[in-house]
Design a protein around this ligand. Structure first.
Ligand code: TXA
Ligand code: MG
Length: 320
């Protein structure tokens, strides 16, 4: 099994010898490897069972490093980076030759971000290379938000998990790209809300909605998916159709449901806060895979701010 700890020198030496270390970020845990070592990058894909057409995000520790791995900034990208890094924002920028083609699946743009995690920023500063880090889960499953989640699924495949505790945000970064005229497009809704982005750079296009014919693989219709069958919608209407009430799990926004046993329910945000809901979302989905139920009823959360990214995850989780 993987060791879990906060030994940065150990993490550094594993990465430098081409190995994988799970790293904490404010969004979700990542499966980290040396971004400039194609063999290490290849083992990230194989360890996650991830198709090599689905590119990886490159993590750096300072804004100045962007120039080493990309050809140029866009004005809007610069404005967003200055405002929101370190933070849950990933920028798509034209890649330089220093980034191996495998990292971007042969695409011309590289996804970069500075994560907000003290331990991971320290590790990045110790290393000479940036780190690729997809979410540290098997391809298609729910992303991990604590070290135990990583251990449960990848513990027998990786040597070390850097322990930064629970992720502060709990859903993945928002991905933004720019065309040649510097028009911005959101390709994945995430931990930074679209409103926050608009306040900084004006209007943005959103092409992040569920699709079976994605422009970016992160737009895949089915993703973040637990094993149990999910019905998304009105949980009371859903309950009316179910005969065996002890076979049902419920994920609700603010209120539990009377008829269903408490240990079959997770209330995402008793305080009504979308931040709380985002933080609890992936743990809730994982929990439902550990109890004995045949159907999981989930209600959507209010569809604004972080709620848009949460509902996006729920819709994809519900597609099998
Ligand atoms: O919050 C996050 O972004 C986390 C933490 C660990 O940083 N990482 C993460 O990585 O969510 P991953 O691999 O699970 O999701 C990255 C998404 C994928 O859907 C991928 O298709 C997209 O980013 N992506 C990466 N590079 C891209 C590129 N060059 N062009 C278009 N999409 C890209
Ligand atoms: Mg992922």
């Amino acid at each position: 099994m993987a060791n879990i700890g906060s030994n940065l020198n150990k993490a550094k030496s594993i990465i430098q010898s081409g190995g994988l270390v799970a790293i904490p970020t404010e969004t979700v845990y990542g499966l980290g490897a040396d971004a400039l070592n194609p063999d290490a990058v290849a083992s990230v894909f194989s360890t996650k069972n991830r198709p090599t057409f689905d590119p990886l995000i490159t993590h750096i520790s300072s804004i100045g490093q962007v120039d080493s791995y990309t050809l140029r900034w866009s004005n809007k990208a610069w404005a967003l980076a200055k405002k929101f890094w370190p933070g849950p924002l990933t920028l798509l920028l034209p890649k330089s030759n220093s980034i191996p083609d495998l990292v971007t699946s042969g695409m011309e743009k590289v996804a970069v971000r500075i994560p907000k995690s003290e331990l991971t920023l320290k590790l990045l500063n110790l290393l000479k290379s940036p780190l690729v880090a997809p979410s540290a889960n098997p391809f298609g499953y729910v992303s991990p938000t604590n070290p135990k989640h990583v251990e449960d699924q990848l513990g027998n495949k990786i040597p070390y998990i850097l322990d930064g505790g629970e992720c502060e945000i709990g859903i993945e970064s928002t991905i933004v790209g720019f065309d040649s005229e510097d028009n911005a497009t959101v390709y994945r809704l995430g931990g930074l809300s679209v409103d926050d982005i608009k306040n900084e750079i004006g209007d943005v296009q959103i092409t992040a909605h569920s699709t079976s014919n994605p422009q970016a693989p992160g737009m895949l219709k089915s993703h973040y998916s637990p094993k149990v069958k999910i019905k998304l919608g009105n949980i009371y209407a859903g309950l009316d159709k179910i005969k065996e009430i002890d076979q049902v799990g419920i994920i609700s926004f603010m209120q539990p449901v009377q008829k269903v046993p408490p240990n079959h329910q997770v209330v995402l945000a008793p305080d009504g806060s979308l931040k709380t809901a985002a933080k609890n979302l992936f743990s809730a989905l994982r929990y439902m895979d550990t109890i004995n139920i045949s159907t999981l009823l989930i209600e959507e959360v209010p569809d604004y701010g972080l709620g848009e990214a949460i509902n996006d995850r729920l819709r994809r989780a519900a597609v099998k």
